[in-house]
Design a protein around this ligand. Structure first.
Ligand code: FES
Ligand SMILES: [Fe+2]
Length: 347
């Protein structure tokens, strides 16, 4: 049985916290569902299904004062948990008014990033508890930078493009990163971890000039977890670290949002900040452009293949999806079936 395109009962990155200003409602499409985000008076974010329970108009078209969302059609009022508080046209107050609800998704903010849990069954939110991804930085810290990009393509193509070593040589050729002439044979060890797999901690070497500006002993660990999260933790010397996380959120069947969030304890990075941000953006834009070309090719629905070690991580991704779906359907614990392996490729 093939797993569906979208995995549910998982947390998805929704948006950067700075986009949720007080008194503002923000509509987002995530996994094809329309969701309205806001922040209550205490600063806590919330996420509601973006349809008024009365006649379905988007709640995000209404008004919000930080406490009450008022629908723009007949003025029904809802609190930030989605419960109806008032129906202005009603001469008498309805009993059980609070039972009229806009569906509230679990929504959490962590290190300045806002996450939403997309359940398979809206009445069962058990899987949301304690399962927000570990973002690898101290609880009181915020990410320095967030950038969003839209990729033309579904979550599967976006993900296998993210964890695909072979495209790097051809898509990401640039003076600051690497050139195709320097391609070398690589050997990397992988092991299963959580809902994914990890490339064991290693010293980045040779062709990646981007690392050479960092002094001291450097090691990097790269982890991938479903539904489409890549975490890179770079240890610099004894005490410093850089965390670079790429998060894929399916918008719908044809668009996937890529968010890159970045954190560093290195004080001097502040001084090279803008050039660094621009380099990062240039790098991701290379992917954005190749995805535009890919979408043209996929429009005719060609048969595709995943071949050898360079595509092993893509095969693992589909295996993880299958196991996740199976665990949800049978209501059993997810089993990570990836086996430790050494992969070899030339990039
Ligand atoms: S549609 Fe929202 S109040 Fe009627
Ligand atoms: Fe890429």
């Amino acid at each position: 049985m093939e797993p569906p395109l979208f995995l549910r009962n998982l947390w998805y990155f929704a948006l950067h916290g700075s986009r949720l200003k007080s008194g503002k409602l923000v509509q987002r499409e995530i996994l094809g569902e329309k969701i309205v985000f806001g922040r209550d008076r205490s600063g806590k974010p919330f996420a509601l299904r973006d349809n008024c329970p009365h006649r379905g108009i988007p709640l995000s078209e209404g008004s919000f004062d930080g406490e009450t969302i008022q629908c723009c059609y007949h003025g029904w009022q809802f609190n930030c948990a989605g419960s109806c508080q008032k129906i202005p046209a009603m001469a008498e107050t309805l009993p059980n008014l609070e039972k009229i609800r806009a569906y509230a998704y679990p929504c959490e903010e962590k290190n300045g990033t806002v996450w939403v849990y997309i359940p398979e069954n809206k009445a069962n939110l058990e899987g949301a508890r304690g399962t927000l991804p570990d973002l690898l930085i101290p609880a009181d810290k915020k990410f320095l930078h967030v950038e969003s990009f839209d990729l033309d393509g579904d979550i599967d193509h976006a993900t296998i493009g993210l964890i695909d070593p072979a495209h790097v040589t051809f898509v990401h050729q640039s003076w600051f990163w690497r050139t195709s002439k320097g391609a070398k044979r690589k050997e990397k060890h992988f092991e299963p971890v959580g809902k994914g797999f990890r490339m064991a901690r290693h010293k980045p070497k040779g062709s990646a000039k981007g690392y050479s500006i960092l002094k001291g002993g450097i090691s990097t660990e790269i982890t991938f977890q479903i539904p489409g999260h890549r975490f890179e933790h770079i240890q610099v010397g004894e005490t410093d670290s850089i965390v670079s996380i790429t998060l894929l959120t399916p918008i719908n069947e044809t668009t996937t949002e890529l968010n890159h969030i970045f954190y560093s304890t290195l004080g001097w990075m502040k001084f090279v900040w803008w050039p660094l941000v621009r380099l990062g953006r240039a790098f991701i834009c290379q992917d954005v452009r190749v995805f535009r070309k890919l979408a043209k090719g996929l429009a005719t629905n060609p048969k595709l293949m995943l071949v050898g070690d360079p595509d092993a991580q893509a095969r693992w991704y589909f295996e993880l999806k299958k196991q996740w779906k199976l665990a949800q359907d049978t209501q059993t614990e997810f089993v990570n079936t990836i086996q430790p392996a050494t992969l070899r490729w030339v990039t």
